[in-house]
Design a protein around this ligand. Structure first.
Ligand code: HEM
Length: 540
């Protein structure tokens, strides 16, 4: 009864007519998914639906249909979750658990992590429905520890940690600058300079091995490349991460970043160590704060230096020209603290994500020499030996397919979070406002309903678009979708496309005999569970 009255209230507010309508369509088996992922009414005209009373006001429709409550939703018990996560190292297998649980409990299920209830959604259309129902300021959730640190130190939040209007304001500024491929393509020459150093570094590292061809733990190299690349764009400066001797300041930043991720699990994922426990277990929180201190300090030094250069130029009456940071400092659409915070958070978000994807891409190429040859031939046909630019990428569909396929098989963020900002009906369940949702991207990426033979590495599936490969829909959305999706997507793509193209132009990539099968593990992000060692053999 209580549920019925809240549904009526919801319908009266007229907030979720669309979601109710879609639920009704689903409940009556009348929807099918289009290639673009939208829910479409199959074989029924609007008139047919009117007759069936389906497009009549949501309230009437709901009277006829049973909407289930969260209590009725299946899912693992709190105890089995505890065993799974704390005794069977479930944190590093979160991506696999998504799939196991969705097979066992269905494509929407609930789990409890201590006091936190999480509703997981492992269905392409339901994920689409949730993301399309988002309001103006979607909330990801679980950012309390980030916020607490910022409040404690009097720092601003950045895009990742901000919510509401504060987030919207910063997002509006940044999206004008780095969301359009055309704008980001202008950074191609700078990124290509970094790629030149990446190739040099490959040559140096392989010369240090007995066979003269192996680069050990390729992710270390790509980590430094990603950091150098993203800093080139964000700070308009080179950090020297691909040099033989990495400057001390950059080394300190790298250490802070590693510390950040090692304390990530305890402070963020597990819902944070409760404050009252901190005096007894102080180390994780102390490490978390000290890593943030290091990250902020690094950004602040670079931002302040740029600001002082700009001031000097202005004082001399010279014209101030520059890239992203210069623009932000001159226009002051954000205040200085907001600039520090966004530079810090974007650098943090842009390093491991890109480096893990590059590690997997090269690993997959090495494991699939025939596919590698096909991609190389495309590159060779389009570019010959010349270095690519951002604009060239449009003519390199297999390079784009390589990155998409890598991110489908190894989505860096295997799941994403949302806190519902209104009551919502998803998959036939009533989900009250304020519920934490987990969108299971790994699971949908590996679902054979979405991708033909999902375990296979086939970059060309993104070009051929077989009916059985639902490439245009929400099966694989590694950068998220909509207004709160990844703001660095175009930067990451540029860095990865340019690096992979040039590595293929220069080298034949092979698996080293020191590398066995590498599986993914979740450590905050989905990363290689063992070092990937590859051979870079010069192409004739
Ligand atoms: C392979 C590379 C990358 C992947 C797969 C990736 C993926 C993602 C995902 C899934 C989200 C969450 C989206 C959502 O909640 O809907 C996200 C958010 C974000 N990413 Fe990325 N990312 C990558 C690279 C980057 C880079 C290079 C930057 C910075 C230059 C960056 C900056 C951000 C920021 C600031 C957010 C928060 C956006 C907001 O809340 O408004 N990412 N990313």
């Amino acid at each position: 009864m209580a549920l019925q009255s809240s549904i009526l209230h919801l319908a009266r507010k007229n907030l979720l007519q669309e979601s109710c309508k879609q639920f009704l369509l689903q409940a009556h088996g009348l929807h099918k998914s289009t290639a673009s992922g939208s829910l479409e009414i199959a074989a029924h005209s609007q008139a047919d639906l009117k007759e069936e009373n389906l497009v009549s006001p949501a309230v009437e429709g709901l009277k006829e249909t049973t909407v289930k409550t969260l209590q009725e939703m299946p899912g693992p018990s709190t105890f089995s979750n505890l065993v799974e996560f704390f005794y069977r190292d479930g944190f590093s297998r979160i991506h696999e658990i998504q799939t196991e649980h969705s097979q066992k409990y269905g494509k929407i299920f609930k789990s409890r992590f201590g006091p936190q209830l999480v509703v997981s959604i492992a269905d392409r259309d339901l994920v689409a429905h949730v993301l399309r129902s988002e309001g103006a300021t979607p909330q990801r959730g679980n950012m309390e520890s980030w916020k607490e640190y910022r409040d404690m130190r009097g720092r601003s939040t950045g895009l990742i940690s901000a919510e509401g209007d504060e987030w919207l304001k910063m997002r509006s500024v940044l999206r004008q600058l780095i969301m359009r491929p055309k704008d980001v393509s202008a950074f191609s020459p700078d990124v290509n300079d970094v790629v030149v150093d990446l190739v040099k570094r490959v040559k140096t590292l392989r010369s240090q091995q007995d066979d003269g061809q192996t680069v050990l733990n390729i992710n270390d190299l790509f980590f430094n490349y990603a950091m150098e690349g993203v800093a080139t764009i964000l700070y308009e400066t080179r950090l020297g991460c691909l040099e033989n001797e990495i400057p001390k300041m950059s080394q300190e930043y790298i250490a802070a970043l590693h510390l950040m991720f090692s304390s990530f699990k305890t402070t963020m994922y597990a819902g944070a160590i409760p404050k009252w426990l901190r005096p007894m277990i102080p180390k994780p929180w102390e490490e978390f704060c000290s890593s943030w201190d290091g990250l902020f300090k690094f950004s602040q030094i670079h931002v302040d230096k740029k600001l002082s250069d700009i001031k000097k130029k202005m004082n001399k009456g010279e014209e101030v020209k520059g890239g992203l940071l210069t623009h932000m400092l001159v226009t002051r659409e954000m205040n200085l603290e907001e600039i520090y915070a966004n530079m810090t958070e974007m650098l943090l978000a842009g390093v491991d994500t890109t480096s893990f994807t590059l590690s997997w891409s090269t690993y997959l190429l090495a494991r699939h020499p025939t596919i590698q040859q096909e991609i190389f031939e495309e590159v060779d046909r389009v570019l010959g030996g010349r270095a690519p630019t951002g604009e060239d990428v449009a003519y390199l569909p297999l390079i784009r397919g390589l990155v998409k396929e890598t991110l489908r098989l190894f989505p860096v963020l295997p799941g994403n979070g949302r806190v519902t900002q209104d009551d919502l009906i998803v998959g036939g369940y009533f989900i009250p406002k304020g519920t934490q949702l987990a969108l299971c991207h790994y699971s949908t990426s590996m679902d054979e309903e979405n991708f033909l033979r999902p375990g296979e590495f086939r970059p060309d599936r993104w070009i051929r678009k077989d009916a059985s490969d639902r490439v245009d829909n929400f099966g694989s959305i590694p950068f998220g979708y909509g207004i709160r999706s990844c703001i660095g997507r175009r930067i990451a793509e540029l860095e990865m496309h340019l690096a992979l193209t040039q590595l293929l132009q220069k080298f034949h990539i092979e698996v080293s005999s020191q590398t066995t099968d590498v599986h993914a593990k979740t450590h905050g992000l989905l990363c290689p569970g063992a070092p990937i060692n590859l051979r870079f053999v010069d192409r004739k």
